[in-house]
Design a protein around this ligand. Structure first.
Ligand SMILES: *[C@@H]1O[C@H](CO)[C@@H](O)[C@H](O)[C@H]1NC(C)=O
Ligand SMILES: *[C@@H]1O[C@H](CO)[C@@H](O)[C@H](O)[C@H]1NC(C)=O
Ligand SMILES: *[C@@H]1O[C@H](CO)[C@@H](O)[C@H](O)[C@H]1NC(C)=O
Ligand SMILES: *[C@@H]1O[C@H](CO)[C@@H](O)[C@H](O)[C@H]1NC(C)=O
Ligand SMILES: *[C@@H]1O[C@H](CO)[C@@H](O)[C@H](O)[C@H]1NC(C)=O
Ligand SMILES: *[C@@H]1O[C@H](CO)[C@@H](O)[C@H](O)[C@H]1NC(C)=O
Ligand SMILES: *[C@@H]1O[C@H](CO)[C@@H](O)[C@H](O)[C@H]1NC(C)=O
Length: 390
């Protein structure tokens, strides 16, 4: 059954290839919740935390999306007692795997999002609490090596699932950009050493804000401070050449995504980073963006999606946010219950997704569009059948 569906998709893609590939490879939503109630460790499944509601995922797939970003909390995946590293809490992991498998067995992509702001050991007041990973002046801090060892262990668990995407870290901030770089690079190397080939999303400093990728993002002085990501991240090397930069964007007055009104000049504020990506032959993924239910916000969201569609360096997006535990959170698109379920999702976002069809793809998650024509068809079939054809 899964097989025949894959075949249908690949032929649909092949037909599509004749007219040029759709520009957006990945589109969908965050399903937040696995990281909730972070002051309660480990917390109770279904009360404090929960990754997905399966019927919500069904709804989004029926609507044509192909990607769900799944935040998890490092202190639940690696309890503080054993520390950050290769010892994983099997009961938390098994709920996470259940959610990942639910998504990927439907042919979708799941982004494994370490939702920790590059901090570990005290998530109670995220995004500001906890020791900065790799801060050698802080004896309580987890090390860069421990982070790498964690990614080695987690990616090993998903080695055989081509439809996962590794989201190295949610929103590093207020730390030396050089340390964000070191932690990213060590994580990439650790993942590739396991043999994992899937797409890796690489974040920057400054809450990984796309609008300030070329700017200094804070005023700390240690280790060069918050040097622009554009100057530091150009040194990222991926042996598998399969990464995209992970970026976020909010539209309220302090770009925090906590106010109803949209006042930023999006998508114009993406002009600098889009040019940087193109100049350096990189791709990027907008894994968080969200805006209130106002005419200005809807216009801003619509314009931002059009920008991503018009600029091929942008390969995907996931809206913030669906999730089973949001209640009346102002950005929730959780079907049926979310504040935006009957407005922003059907009116603004879903029409874009409709335009991307067919979105289903075969093969390992990738950072780039596949080749067109016969070569593209062969690659797609290789992916579907798990065969090398040439
Ligand atoms: C999932 O969503 C359905 C439909 O909205 C709802 O009836 C159900 O209670 C939810 N289940 C959980 C576990 O959140
Ligand atoms: C690193 O740790 C030291 C010691 O706790 C602290 O003073 C310093 O502020 C930390 N670095 C950053 C960037 O927070
Ligand atoms: C980034 O720097 C440019 C040039 O100095 C400036 O015009 C822009 O306002 C800055 N953007 C942000 C988000 O700080
Ligand atoms: C761009 O990057 C990709 C993947 O990293 C590489 O395969 C390709 O050769 C690069 N193209 C140019 C023009 O440098
Ligand atoms: C942003 O707008 C809110 C009202 O929505 C206001 O309370 C706050 O002071 C504003 N912040 C800035 C930095 O302008
Ligand atoms: C959205 O519409 C559905 C179907 O009409 C309805 O059941 C649901 O209560 C509405 N949700 C909200 C948050 O208004
Ligand atoms: C989004 O923009 C397109 C033009 O790019 C327009 O046709 C459409 O009506 C807009 N949608 C909304 C909800 O404003």
């Amino acid at each position: 059954m899964v097989f025949s569906r894959l075949m249908r998709w690949s032929f649909a893609s092949a037909v599509w290839a004749g007219g040029g590939w759709a520009e957006i490879l990945y589109a969908g939503v965050n399903s937040a919740g696995g990281e909730f109630a972070q002051q309660n460790l480990p917390g109770t499944f279904g009360v404090d935390w929960q990754f997905i509601n399966e019927s919500a995922i069904d709804f989004f797939f029926e609507q044509g999306v192909n990607t769900i970003r799944l935040p998890f909390l490092l202190e639940r995946m690696c309890p503080i007692e054993t520390g950050l590293g290769s010892t994983i809490d099997e009961s938390y992991l098994s709920e996470f795997q259940k959610a990942v498998n639910y998504i990927t067995l439907k042919g979708g992509y799941a982004i494994l999002d370490a939702h920790n702001y590059m901090r570990y050991n005290d998530p109670s007041m995220q995004p500001f609490s906890g020791s900065i990973i790799g801060n050698t002046s802080d004896p309580r801090a987890a090390t860069t090596e421990q982070l790498a060892s964690f990614w080695s262990a987690l990616s090993s668990r998903f080695l055989s699932n081509p439809n996962v995407i590794f989201g190295l870290m949610n929103e590093p901030h207020t730390m030396p950009t050089s340390l964000v770089f070191l932690n990213n690079q060590a994580s990439i190397d650790a993942i590739r050493e396991t043999g994992a080939e899937q797409l890796i999303l690489v974040p920057g400093n400054g809450f990984t804000g796309g609008h300030r990728w070329l700017n200094t993002t804070c005023d700390i002085e240690e280790d060069g401070g918050c040097t622009p990501n554009s100057e530091v991240m150009i040194n990222i090397e991926d042996p598998a050449q399969n990464f995209a930069f992970d970026m976020h964007l909010y539209f309220d007055n302090d770009t925090s995504g906590t106010h109803e009104e949209c006042t930023t000049a999006a998508p114009d504020n993406l002009i600098p980073v889009t040019a940087w990506l193109a100049e350096n032959n990189y791709t990027a993924f907008l894994s968080e963006f969200g805006a209130g239910v106002t005419p200005t916000c809807h216009e801003t969201l619509n314009g931002t999606l059009k920008w991503l569609e018009d600029n091929e360096v942008w390969v995907g997006w996931t809206y913030w946010a669906a999730g089973p535990l949001w209640g009346d959170y102002f950005l929730s698109v959780e079907p049926g219950v979310g504040v935006q379920a009957n407005s922003t999702w059907p009116q603004v976002l879903e029409p874009h997704v409709e335009g991307y069809q067919p979105m289903q793809r075969c093969g390992v998650s990738g950072s780039r569009r596949e080749k067109e024509g016969v070569e593209g068809l062969i690659k797609a079939l290789e992916g579907c059948l798990g065969l090398k054809m040439l």
